[in-house]
Design a protein around this ligand. Sequence first.
Ligand SMILES: Cc1ncc(COP(=O)(O)O)c(C=O)c1O
Length: 331
Amino acid sequence: PSLFLKASEQPVDDLEREAVQSYFHLLGQHSYPAEGGRVLSCYSSSVAMVILARALATEIDSVALIHPTFDNIPDLLRGADLRLVPLPEKELHEGDLPRKVIESVGCVFVTTPNNPTGVVLAEERLRSLAEQCARSGTILALDTSFRGFDTRAHYDHYRVLEDSGCRWVVIEDTGKLWPTLDLKVGWLARSENVGLPLAKVYSDVLLGVSPLILALVKRFAEDAAAGGLADLHRFVGEGRTTLRSALAGIPGIAFPDQDTRASVERIDLGTRSAMEVWSAVTEHQVYTLPCRKFHWADPDAGNHSLRVALARSSFTVDAAAAALRTVLAGT
Ligand SMILES: Cc1ncc(COP(=O)(O)O)c(C=O)c1O
């Protein structure tokens, strides 16, 4: 009730400024663009993505997109008639991208930490990529929805982006850290020089998000700063240990993302079919995700892996791990 009262009485601009400030500082993003309406609040990161895709399509026709990644990113970019060029995750993290690639597209899009792999773009790699994009005038877009789970993604990205002088856009998301009842905000932040009609497309789609959710996000961010975030990291880590231990020793089973801290875990099933395992564990009321769709440019590459969500109660993760063990040990 006190949050409802606060949300109905406090000016919405204030609530928005406080929510943005608490969230961005919590995750180390001290140099975010606090002035000039350069952080737009959206109902979700997918809505931010729709706005970005439509705005990009007014200026450019192609995007180099990290591969694999969460499937609604390629879906929404393609939905705006943008041509996609796969950017293999490994190449992106190993060193500079070939100039030819950067110069052949209007935008480079990176999900960091990535879903489903959890791989984080290191500060030096971001700096170098941003400088490459600045030299060619290519827009650099980041989806940092999973940032909250991994402190290695808490270096100040906005400092690096601003220093490079490149044209940049970042999508932030409270909805992965605090998925409670889908009460979330997606933030669309941009550089001064981005040269895209983001504010115009935004105003075509929405006017603003619920003041109640802004007030709630601020409270969540304060709670996280007071120890909640560290608790959450521990909690996700325990879920990962439970799952990995339960499946240890089953022939052909591996965990390809050894270094991940994301709230998801990929299981490499060896020769087993992800669809068959998915179907068998569903009979135990355990819901996982076959990985075909993450491999948006080569779906067959996901035929033998499953993704499991870890931000669930320990009871649920225990039950899921046991069901997976039963199914995998028997196949
Ligand atoms: C990296 C990434 N970006 C965006 C989204 C979309 O989030 P939402 O469904 O809250 O819009 C997801 C969803 O899982 C995601 O993993």
